[in-house]
Structures are given as structure tokens and as C-alpha cells.
Design a protein around this ligand. Sequence first.
Ligand code: SAM
Length: 298
Amino acid sequence: MRASAVASAVELVDQVIHGDARTTLRRLPPDSIHLAITSPPYNVGIRYAGYSDDRSYAAYRRWLKGVWRALHRALVPGGRFALNVAPTSIKNFRPIHHDLTRDVTEVGFGLRAEILWYKQTMGRRTAWGSWRSPSNPHVIPSWEYVLVFSKGPMKLEGDPAKADITAEEFQSFSDAFWHIPPERNRRGHPAPFPDELIRRLVKFYSYRTNVVLDMFGGTGTVAAVARKTGRHFLSIDSSREYCELALARLRATPVEAGVLAAPLPTKVLEMPAPSARGNSLRHGRKQARRELADRVAK
Ligand SMILES: C[S@@+](CC[C@H](N)C(=O)[O-])C[C@H]1O[C@@H](n2cnc3c(N)ncnc32)[C@H](O)[C@@H]1O
């Protein structure tokens, strides 16, 4: 099945899409997504299937800014965007969460929250820097951020009967320090989300039957949790292999009691960029010119 240039909302809900994040977002109907949760590639040289995670920092931010802009168009007024980002390494420290906050707000979002996801990963620590000496000691972050933004009004309209968060959950999640261990079951992917992180975001920030998107969907954690809790989902990834993993995972995930889930698609939806070859050649040349200019400017 191939999607047309601008697809209808019905055609794209509850799909795993093999495509580029920005191009696919541009083809979604405007004002159609209630909550986006994502973790982009961190540009730290991780080996994903079919993607180079190693651009100049300026080119990386420019690329992502195009994705944020396309997302802004696709969200409903009051729609939320939860962006998970890890602090950068001690070797090459950059305040990436500040930089991305600026980029996301520049395309029109309002910042509404900063959640600290505490992973407690210090057990595996080896790099102390100058051990027991002030000459050059290292601190290592054992947390990641979840930056939460809104498009337009901070309030998301919805049917109060479709809020499914309990009083205990609400009280607990409204403390912005979330202690959740990292995902141990990687399912063949280098950086999957833990289900619990997504479950909290989905319940806190959306109503049942809302549409929840991850445009860097990987193994489909956001899609699986959204479906399980009675939301519609949309998962986009540029790797066919990860899309297949996501679909298999969706098939294996039972829904919560009382949830009426839509049928799952029989296959991954192919959504190639229009005239993919011409685009990638043009993009490649433009990118090379920019990389060169960045290097010269350093
Ligand atoms: C940090 S991982 C996301 C993992 C995901 N949260 C999960 O739970 O499995 C980033 C993903 O972005 C995908 N990706 C990289 N470039 C992309 C692009 N241009 N469009 C869509 N997906 C892309 C990679 O294949 C990778 O799966």
C-alpha cells in the first residue's frame, strides 16, 4: 500500500510507516496529532540500521529543526510534544537540552515542563577523570531529560470521561523526578525506551482515543504503549528492519482491560519521499556544502 502525497487522517492512523520523519510529517493532515513522544538519534555515532548518527552539530540541529517545524503543523492546537534527550558526553560536552529547547521554541512551541528521568546507571561507571584529584575530575550524568512542549494553548481539549489516570498516578507523575531503570530488553535496537517512561507520558498528557505519534519510532515502544492504553498510534522510522520489529511487537502486545483497539495493519506502510533519488542527490549536495561551511566557520 502506498500513501498519496497528502494522506487522509484515517489512512494514517494506527500505522507503522517506513519513511523519513520530516517528509512523512509534512504529508500528514495538519492539526491531526494530540501527543508526540520521541527520542531522536543523538548524533553520537550510534550504529542504527541505515542511518549515520555522526553529523556536525550545526547540521544536526538544522535537520532536527525542520522536523520540529513539520511536527508543529501536524499537532492539534493544545497538542503536546515530549522530547527525550540525553546529556552529551564528558569528552565533547554540549548543552544539547538547552540548544534543542531553543530550537523547538523558535518554531512556535511553548515549553511547559522539564522532566528528569533518573536512570541510576552509575553502577557501571569507570571514567573518573583525575581520580581523587581536583586537577580534572569528571561528573557523569545518570539521567536524561524529557522536555515537554505545547502547540498554542497549554490546555488540551478532550472528553473528561476519557482521562484514565488514577489519583495515585497523577500525584506520583506530577513530581518531575522520574526514577525509571533503562530498558534491558533491547529487541535488536541500540536505544529503545522503557515502557514505563512512555506509559507515564501517555497517561499524563493524553486522553483515550487521542492520536499518539513517534516520528523516530524505532522498535515501536510509543506505538505499543499507546495502543495498549486505548490511544491511536503512528510510528515512523527510516529503517525497514525497525519498522518490522515494531509491527511484530504491536502484534504481541495485549491491550488493557476495557480497551477497544482498532485492528492492526497487515504490513508496514511504505512512504518514500517523493522522487526519492532526486531529493537525496539534491539534499546530499546541499548538506555537503553546509558541512563544509560549518567546518570553515569553526
Ligand atoms: C533513539 S532511536 C529511537 C528508539 C525508540 N524510541 C524505541 O523505543 O525503539 C532513533 C531512531 O530514529 C531512526 N531514524 C534516524 N533517522 C531517521 C529519519 N530521518 N527519519 C525517521 N527515522 C529516523 C533510527 O532508525 C532509530 O530507530
